[in-house]
Design a protein around this ligand. Structure first.
Ligand SMILES: *Cc1c(COP(=O)(O)O)cnc(C)c1O
Length: 363
């Protein structure tokens, strides 16, 4: 039992800005002088509609999302969208439903499996043979001529592999941005669709965000569940049914917090500094090592290993004693993973590196 906040390196649900949690706590029982909390008000009422509209406007401002794109606040997570994407977009293919995939880890593997239920999937490239420690060189991608879109995962949360550029392709680019949305500056025009769950870098689980070029709407398969029909959701301001109101409210508070921090460009600078601190230490260490190719190391999920794996448990336990929690790697990868999203302060990363140094000295 601890009586203070720890540095939580969990991959998701993940740490949230303390300021945001405090404000949410203050407003829990009485929001905007209504004598009720956000969770208790109508999603169609004036107060919540304003909260929703402000959240959308702030996200548009933060990511510089043009009016030619719809912003949807949905449910079902990124996994739900893995089904929604083919149902909404595959009919755009000219010779029957089809899409291209660049497989860089377990999240794109899952996307492929789900999409295959709705049409033909073409694996344009895969880094499986490399243990998902790299991103296949774009010049080697075998894109098909008749695919509706090209699906990538901008940041593989489990393996710790991140695209450091946005690929330019002739088809709409669909990107799973669950774990690096708002962490770096993108030109939205380079994407057809950006989608992700909120619980990594935005807010609580239960909210998923879809940003889709409006031009791509209007082609959903007739079997598409209405809650995942982007066209219908876009026509009804994501309120075709009751949206995840508390998640939207909290995401809105995080967007305000991001604006106070200086926006996405300022976060990107900070994320570069935080991840460099960790990788630079790992690279010169004789105990710790990283398997991910230097050119595609994730700034959000830093995966690393102890060269002597028998020390893993002692390392994790020692960290927890110092309030550095959830640094164990995903079971499919092993080793360690420090997830250092926007809300993880530099102080947390400094504390982790100081502990790693101390641990290494003791070995
Ligand atoms: C966490 C994660 C998912 C799964 O999202 P859910 O919201 O649990 O459906 C999918 N893709 C990536 C990249 C993730 O990090």
């Amino acid at each position: 039992m601890v009586d203070h906040r720890v540095f939580n390196f969990a991959p998701g649900p993940a740490t949230l800005p303390e300021e945001v949690l405090k404000q949410a706590a203050d407003e829990m029982l009485n929001w905007q002088g209504l004598g009720m909390g956000v969770m208790e008000v109508s999603h169609r009422g004036k107060a919540f509609m304003a909260c929703y509209e402000e959240a959308v406007a702030d996200l548009r401002e933060l990511m510089n999302i043009p009016e030619t794109y719809a912003v949807l606040f949905l449910q079902g997570g990124a996994i739900g969208e893995n089904a929604a994407i083919p149902m909404n977009l595959m009919p755009l293919a000219k010779n029957g439903p089809k899409a291209d995939f660049v497989v860089t880890g377990i999240w794109t593997e899952k996307s492929v499996k789900e999409a295959a239920k709705y049409g033909q999937v073409n694996i344009a490239a895969s880094s499986a043979a490399d243990g998902f420690n790299s991103i296949p060189d774009q010049k080697d991608w075998q894109l098909s001529e008749d695919a509706a879109y090209v699906h990538i995962c901008s940041n593989e949360t489990v393996g710790g592999v991140e695209f450091q550029y946005v690929p330019k392709v002739s088809k709409p680019l669909v990107a799973d941005v669950s774990s690096n949305i708002l962490s770096r500056v993108w030109d939205i025009n380079d994407f057809g669709v950006l989608f992700g769950g909120a619980q990594k870098n935005i807010g609580p689980a239960g909210l998923s965000i879809v940003i889709v070029r409006k031009e791509l709407l209007g082609h959903a398969m007739p079997i598409t569940p209405i809650v995942w029909d982007w066209t219908k959701q876009s026509e009804s301001d994501s309120m075709l049914n009751t949206p995840p109101t508390y998640g939207i409210y909290l995401a809105g508070l995080v967007f305000k917090w991001l604006k106070r921090q200086g926006g996405v460009a300022a976060m990107e600078k900070q994320n570069i500094a935080k991840s460099n601190l960790l990788y630079n230490y790992i690279d010169q260490s004789s105990l710790f090592t990283s398997k991910v190719h230097a050119a595609c190391r994730s700034r959000m999920n830093v995966t690393f290993f102890l060269k002597d794996e028998t020390l893993n448990d002692a390392f994790v336990e020692g960290a927890a004693k110092l309030g550095l929690v959830n640094i164990k790697g995903h079971k499919s990868v092993g080793g360690m993973r420090a997830s250092i999203y926007n809300a993880m302060p530099m102080k947390g990363v400094e504390a982790l590196v100081a502990y790693m140094k101390e641990f290494e000295r003791g070995c």
